[in-house]
Design a protein around this ligand. Structure first.
Ligand code: HEM
Ligand SMILES: *[C@@H]1O[C@H](CO)[C@@H](O)[C@H](O)[C@H]1NC(C)=O
Ligand SMILES: *[C@@H]1O[C@H](CO)[C@@H](O)[C@H](O)[C@H]1NC(C)=O
Ligand SMILES: *[C@@H]1O[C@H](CO)[C@@H](O)[C@H](O)[C@H]1NC(C)=O
Ligand SMILES: *[C@@H]1O[C@H](CO)[C@@H](O)[C@H](O)[C@H]1NC(C)=O
Ligand SMILES: *[C@@H]1O[C@H](CO)[C@@H](O)[C@H](O)[C@H]1NC(C)=O
Ligand SMILES: *[C@@H]1O[C@H](CO)[C@@H](O)[C@H](O)[C@H]1NC(C)=O
Length: 442
């Protein structure tokens, strides 16, 4: 039983993979304006493997649990809507962040989404160094979540920096619309973010994958049932959530819950949308025809979704000198005690390299080769670099230097005993030779 269900999950997943390779919306297919400071090939020189690393790891993650795709897609949405796509949603201490449960929509972002992003960051930074921001990784993960679930593939403008400020509870509350909102409320809220009604309907299509807790839709069931909800659908939801306080989850697209497709819009036309904010898109006169067009034409939905995602992915981004590239996605570098040892690790390496070079020069000097002018200049510029460093790093380097001289002292002692042994061997050799000669001529 267990194995047959996991086999079928595997089959669905691999067919999604095969199918998804057929769908590619390239940036040439439409004109998506790019924000200044971002570019399609931002990491080309410094980390050209970043997209491969992210996709490879996520394929593995989704093979275990395709549900994680929805968590990652939603994470990008929450990041961008609250003070821009700056990774603030990832910060410990941000409302809606990994340790924060007090701001609604609380309980709802999957904990695993945060650890998957941190795993990706670690893989990317191990390969390239600290050159790709957490915000960029979130954007790439969301793209791959869509594509690896059967949705369109598309290029993501890159070059975001991570934010230095936390998302406050007010900002979180004010920027994430409630699922109980009607379409007019959603339209006007998202219009303040420059999103058109087409964008709003397309982005809501993100609900074609993933799950929701009862509390997000029980107001439509209790005390009275929302008359716009189809009866058998409502009956099924009441079984999952028998009271208005049940803590359970249910799929959001009953037609194809783990496949990124246009069936969400078919659900809406069947009055089987889960939230008021979903279903009302099929009531409002502006959005109703858009819902219908997406339900009939999946290709059109994919195109509009990609456009809207690229737009959303560039909301209030930090670029250039603004922000930073975090060494750990849930902690600002400034607050990161471990970050310091991380920096020193980097310094350690280059320091050891320069030490090795210096030793080499010294060996050559000892060996009598005196053409070290260039090398000494090199050493000079290293000294300059050391002087520009943070005092704490300098202290660390001083400690390293002390360690190195201790090692050197030990080596000197070793050398002494090697010379002593050598002398002993000469003596033994001499004694041995004498005894042989004695034996021969006796
Ligand atoms: C338009 C306003 C939106 C509202 C009111 C809204 C509301 C919600 C709510 C209440 C949940 C369920 C949370 C829970 O109870 O566990 C949810 C889940 C989700 N939302 Fe939205 N959302 C909106 C827009 C978006 C957008 C723009 C995207 C992405 C393009 C998105 C993607 C998702 C996904 C993938 C899930 C499932 C998460 C999971 O399974 O872990 N939503 N949304
Ligand atoms: C969600 O937040 C609301 C308001 O801050 C709070 O009343 C509620 O208890 C929270 N729910 C959970 C599950 O933390
Ligand atoms: C948060 O919003 C509430 C009302 O919406 C307001 O009274 C309060 O002053 C705000 N707090 C901050 C820190 O902006
Ligand atoms: C939508 O909700 C807002 C706020 O709750 C309300 O003022 C407005 O009348 C509602 N619009 C419709 C068309 O129901
Ligand atoms: C659940 O329903 C009861 C009775 O109708 C009501 O008093 C309570 O406030 C409701 N709780 C929630 C979380 O909606
Ligand atoms: C709901 O249940 C999950 C685990 O089943 C638990 O982690 C979570 O804290 C619960 N939420 C509430 C509001 O009780
Ligand atoms: C080291 O710094 C001094 C001034 O701070 C500068 O004159 C010199 O050219 C620098 N040396 C190298 C090799 O960069």
């Amino acid at each position: 039983m267990a194995s047959s269900s996991s086999t079928s999950v595997f089959l669905v997943f691999s067919s999604l993979l095969i199918f998804s390779t057929l769908l590619y919306v390239s940036e040439a297919d439409y004109s998506a304006p790019i924000v200044k400071g971002l570019s399609w090939d931002y990491h080309h020189k410094t980390c050209h493997k970043v997209e491969k690393i992210v996709r490879k790891h996520l394929k593995k993650v989704f093979k275990e649990d395709i549900g994680q795709a929805a968590g990652l897609l939603r994470l990008h949405f929450h990041d961008c809507f609250v003070q821009g796509c700056d990774g603030s949603v990832l910060l410990d201490g941000s409302h809606g962040g990994p340790s924060e449960q007090t701001a609604p929509p609380n309980q709802s972002l999957r904990k695993q989404a945060f650890s998957i992003i941190e795993d990706l960051r670690n893989l990317v930074h191990r390969e390239c160094g600290r050159v790709v921001s957490c915000a960029d990784i979130v954007a790439l993960a969301a793209r791959d979540a869509v594509h690896l679930s059967g949705g369109p593939n598309y290029d993501v403008p890159l070059g975001r920096k991570d934010g230095l400020s936390f998302a406050t509870q007010n900002a979180t509350l004010n920027n994430l619309p409630a699922p109980t909102s009607n379409a007019s409320t959603i339209l006007s809220a998202l219009a303040t973010k420059n999103l058109t009604p087409i964008d709003v309907v397309a982005l809501s299509g993100g609900h074609t994958i993933g799950v929701s807790h009862c509390s997000s839709f029980t107001p439509r069931l209790y005390p009275t049932q929302d008359p716009t909800m189809e009866k058998t659908f409502a009956h099924g939801l009441k079984e999952v959530c028998p009271t208005n306080t049940t803590n359970a989850t249910t799929i959001m697209d009953i037609y194809s819950p783990i496949k990124f497709d246009n069936k969400y819009y078919v659900d809406l036309m069947n009055r089987q949308g889960l939230f008021t904010s979903d279903q009302d898109l099929y009531t409002h006169e502006v959005t109703k025809p858009i819902v219908e067009s997406f339900a009939h034409d999946e290709k059109l939905f994919f195109e509009e979704f990609v456009k809207a995602m690229i737009k959303m992915g560039q909301m209030e981004v930090l670029t250039g000198e603004k922000g930073e590239i975090r060494a750990h996605c849930s902690i600002r570098n400034h607050d990161n005690k471990g970050y310091f040892s991380y920096l020193v690790e980097e310094e350690d390496q280059s320091d050891l390299e320069s030490r090795a070079e210096l030793l080499y020069v010294m060996c050559r000097l000892v060996a009598g080769e005196d053409d070290s002018g260039g090398e000494l200049e090199h050493h000079q510029s290293l000294t300059n670099e050391t002087e520009r460093m943070d005092p704490q790093i300098r202290a660390q380097i001083a400690r390293l230097e002390a360690r190195i001289s201790r090692v050197e002292a030990r080596m000197e002692k070793l050398e002494v005993s090697v010379r002593y042994l050598q002398r002993r061997m000469y003596v033994y050799g001499f004694v041995c030779l004498m005894s042989v000669l004695y034996a021969i001529f006796k």
